[in-house]
Design a protein around this ligand. Structure first.
Ligand SMILES: [Zn+2]
Length: 424
């Protein structure tokens, strides 16, 4: 992508069109946005003076909005025919360096779809410290790879936790010469604290754990405490209301999924200001189709349907009550990287307005994952901007159409101008 990426030595102006600034304020017609180097210099209407040396991009009939943010994604997903047929086998045969390259491809697809930031939540294809995605973050920051601004999570797995059992299924079949990325389990407070310290030492921005009935309060509290000691956020995967409440008692900053919530869990989230990172995309029709194509059993597909319906009810209730909703997707094996805007459509189906879905996937997402310099188009913020063909406030689905994401700007660099490259 290097030939399309260029740094701005002179101001660039996005002129005309409708501005959605990400704050939730009403849209502005005939907008002007000026950015220079990496930052936004001015945002407003026609009265803004345009510098004489500026490069002007005509955005008439288009929408100018903040780059989208996916707060829960797994970039380390294998993009090969074999992974579609036999995922455990493909996983065993995919080395650590190759995992990183697959992740780079997934990241690039997201950027080209208008996602200028995302938070990677580690997973079954990453190692203890999520080094694969930390390396990718570094490469993207250096400008040698194209991808979203990355926030990278470490993942604490205990013996017998679900991810540990996946390994049990795959490792006995692992040929000796294969270098498989593995998140090895840790047990006991001391080991858990040490693992978190290692993850932070190697650069992880956030610490994630899967809450289950089998995790002890002591373990959960220790993880939360250790993450917070280092000024990092504590993200907890919680499916049920009980798991959610347990996580909030342990001072979780974000609830990942929150599939089944009750009134008490919702009330606790509001009272403590905990963010709900929704991941409804994984239950979507497109995701079901992908799993079907992978030969996953019909019972799993059925469970996606049933859980998806229950999930939508929870999100509707949480939103009505005033929980801070954040857009995630949980894209992983279903390879929906690039289709992440499905989540906004599902939010609207849950009773959120188009504007609320956009704010959840820009401003609130940025706050939840600690990217306070992005998420809105305001003076002084980093220039992470997209230009969309059409009006997502009228039809939120247009954000899923890559051909309509005409311009993608990250850090003030034009990463993509749709008329300049073939779409994939
Ligand atoms: Zn996940």
């Amino acid at each position: 992508m290097s030939e399309e990426t260029h740094s701005n030595t002179r101001p660039t102006v996005l002129k005309g069109g409708k501005l959605i600034d990400g704050t939730g304020n009403p849209p502005l017609k005939d907008a002007v946005v000026i950015f220079e180097n990496s930052r936004i210099k001015a945002v407003g209407g026609e009265d803004i003076k345009i510098p004489s040396d500026a490069e002007v991009i005509d955005c008439s009939d288009k929408t100018i909005m903040p780059g989208l943010i996916d707060a829960h994604v797994h970039l380390a997903a294998i993009r090969s025919p074999e992974a579609q047929r036999n995922w455990p086998l493909a996983r065993v045969k995919t080395t650590t360096p190759l995992i990183t390259l697959h992740a780079a491809c997934n990241a690039r697809r997201m950027l080209e779809s208008g996602f200028t930031s995302c938070r990677d939540m580690a997973g079954p294809c990453s190692s203890d410290r999520n080094l694969e995605i930390l390396a990718l973050r570094e490469a993207i920051n250096l400008g040698i790879m194209a991808g979203p601004r990355l926030v990278v999570s470490g993942w604490v797995v205990r013996t017998g936790d679900e991810p540990d059992l996946w390994l049990l299924l795959t490792i006995p079949r692992m040929p000796e010469y294969v270098d498989i990325p593995v998140s090895r389990p840790v047990d006991g407070i001391q080991q858990i604290r040490k693992r978190i310290r290692e993850q932070i030492k190697w650069g992880c921005d956030v610490i994630k754990i899967e809450c289950s009935p089998r995790i002890t309060t002591e373990e959960l509290n220790a993880m939360s405490d250790e993450a917070h000691l280092w000024g990092k956020r504590f993200a907890v995967h919680a499916i049920t209301a009980e798991e959610t409440k347990k996580a909030i008692h342990a001072n979780a900053d974000t609830i990942e999924h929150g599939t089944i919530l009750d009134d008490e869990a919702i009330e606790m989230m509001i009272k403590r200001g905990v963010f709900l990172v929704t991941t409804m995309t994984v239950y979507s029709e497109k995701s079901q189709e992908r799993y079907k194509a992978m030969g996953v059993g019909q019972s799993f597909i059925e469970s996606l349907k049933v859980e998806g319906e229950a999930y939508a009810k929870s999100v509707r209730k949480a939103h009505e009550a005033g929980v801070k909703i954040v857009g995630g997707t949980d894209c992983s094996r279903n390879l929906l990287h690039g289709d992440n805007a499905i989540e906004l459509e599902l939010m609207v189906e849950c009773g959120m307005s188009e504007m609320e879905a956009i704010v959840a996937s820009t401003k609130t997402a940025a706050e939840a994952i600690g990217l306070n310099e992005t998420g809105t188009l305001e003076n002084g913020k980093l220039a992470d901007i997209i230009v969309v063909d059409g009006d997502p406030l009228k039809d939120i689905k247009i954000l899923q159409d890559r051909k309509k994401i005409l311009v993608v700007i990250k850090d003030g660099n034009i990463q993509l101008r749709r008329d300049m490259r073939a779409s994939w």
